[in-house]
Design a protein around this ligand. Structure first.
Ligand SMILES: Cc1cc2nc3c(=O)[nH]c(=O)nc-3n(C[C@H](O)[C@H](O)[C@H](O)COP(=O)(O)O)c2cc1C
Length: 215
């Protein structure tokens, strides 16, 4: 590897709750040359269960030299989670994983709030459908053929979550085996939402509410 390329390290809180060695581990990594540390506040044993522990991320930030950035990771699903992570850990940046699945607009919301502007909130149905479609294009280009249907179904689940009658769409998508059909099911669903002329710009989280009001 070329010497000028920075090497960064991402690790967890420790092996299990009796071995929360993230601060020592992070320092050892920095001594060995790591340019940045990212910490997911769960242990190896926890997998994705329980909660990401922000206290251990703070301990890492306190232990590592100030000139080495520490990135906090784990359970950041909302703007409030983002600010909690920054405030409670003192971390220099935040890494977001699952919170961005089907909701890439979370980054826009955080950026606007950081700039002192109001949160623009989730997008309207048109933008959601457009981004969903682009995401599917990427999946089709990059997914291994064997995993394609599975990856497409996951995207359908992420982008339709919380929308009107979407459980039905997910169920349909999970029952067909042909990737083209998975895409058609989702596209038909988004088209039907977009055709609701009365509420063409209904934001995702409002769609349920709106449909209850008209029913
Ligand atoms: C779809 C997906 C793929 C991931 N891939 C990696 C990976 O390649 N390397 C890694 O260190 N962590 C990976 N992770 C773990 C995340 O980086 C992160 O540590 C974890 O999801 C906790 O953060 P979150 O609560 O924001 O999701 C992945 C997580 C998800 C959901």
């Amino acid at each position: 590897m070329p010497a000028h390329l920075p090497v960064t390290v991402k690790h967890r809180a420790g092996w299990d709750e009796r071995h929360l060695n993230a601060p020592e581990f992070a320092c050892a990594m920095v001594e060995a040359g790591a340019a940045m540390i990212t910490v997911h506040g769960r242990t190896r044993e926890q997998g994705f269960s329980g909660k990401s522990d922000r206290a251990i991320i703070r301990k890492v930030r306190e232990a590592v030299p100030a000139n080495v950035p520490v990135v906090g990771n784990g359970d950041v699903l909302t703007i409030d989670d983002y600010f909690r992570m920054r405030e409670e850990t003192g971390c220099d940046a935040v890494m977001i994983g699952r919170g961005a699945l089907g909701n890439p607009w979370l980054f826009r919301s955080i950026r606007e709030r950081l700039a002192g502007r109001p949160d623009p909130g989730p997008p309207d149905v048109h933008e959601r459908a457009r981004v969903f479609d682009r995401h599917l294009d990427y999946i089709v280009s990059h997914a291994a053929p064997k995993k394609l249907v599975h990856e497409l179904r996951k995207a359908v689940a992420w982008y339709t979550k919380g929308l009107r009658d979407s459980a039905h769409v997910r169920e349909q998508a999970f029952h067909v085996l042909d990737p083209v059909q998975v895409r058609e099911i989702a596209t038909r669903y988004f088209s039907s939402l977009m055709q609701e002329k009365k509420f063409p710009a209904a934001i995702a989280s409002d769609v349920d509410k709106v449909s209850r009001e008209v029913a």
